[in-house]
Design a protein around this ligand. Structure first.
Ligand code: AMP
Length: 182
């Protein structure tokens, strides 16, 4: 399966800014706004994702609020697929299914619309987010995709924090692909 070479990875890696002690002391926040406003880095990332996933025979891209919406919806449009938002509680207006999870910095919950995959049982879904840390958010999101009748084919992240066990947790549910491992 297609992966980036070292110089392409470096273009993306060097565009991401580290913000120490955000949103609380001890967290080094990976700020992807400096990737998004860098056309070379954003272009390298999105054309790689397009190349990698065009042969996956996907039906939907599901993105996790909120940074997963940016990459996920851009990829869905370029692949000609539908996009499904996985959101924080109280944001989705129709009937939802929910999952609770622990975050690197707190406890939260995610929701998906019950009819997100338009009744297509076994719809092939790619899950997208900017970063995997403890894996709590992504595990909850992959469970939601399954509860809504989809099949989570792979979970894709721009950054994986490899000193945390996110990948190991998620691998029991789906394939995991990270563009950068730090
Ligand atoms: P986790 O559930 O611990 O894997 O956390 C992943 C979610 O929290 C993703 O939606 C990330 O956007 C966000 N997140 C967690 N840690 C960081 C970090 N160090 N920098 C940026 N985002 C983070």
């Amino acid at each position: 399966m297609q992966e980036l070479n070292e110089s392409q990875k470096n273009i993306i890696y060097s565009s991401i800014r580290d913000i120490p002690d955000f949103p609380k002391p001890g967290i080094i926040f990976k700020d992807i706004t400096t990737l998004l406003n860098n056309k070379e880095a954003y272009g390298t990332l999105m054309s790689h994702l397009n190349e990698r996933y065009k042969s996956y025979n996907l039906d939907y891209i599901a993105g996790i609020e909120s940074r997963g919406f940016i990459f996920g919806s851009a990829l869905a449009a370029s692949l000609g697929l539908g996009f499904v938002p996985i959101r924080k509680p109280g944001k989705l207006p129709s009937t939802v299914v929910s999952e609770k999870y622990s975050l690197e910095y707190g406890v939260d919950e995610v929701q998906i619309h019950l009819d997100a995959f338009r009744g297509q049982d076994g719809a092939r879904v790619l899950l997208v987010d900017d970063l995997i840390a403890t894996g709590g958010t992504a595990v909850a999101a992959a469970n939601l995709i399954n509860k809504a009748g989809g099949h989570c084919v792979e979970a894709c992240f721009v950054v994986e924090l490899s000193f945390l066990p996110g990948r190991q947790k998620l691998e029991s549910l789906t394939e995991v692909y990270s563009i950068l491992t730090v």
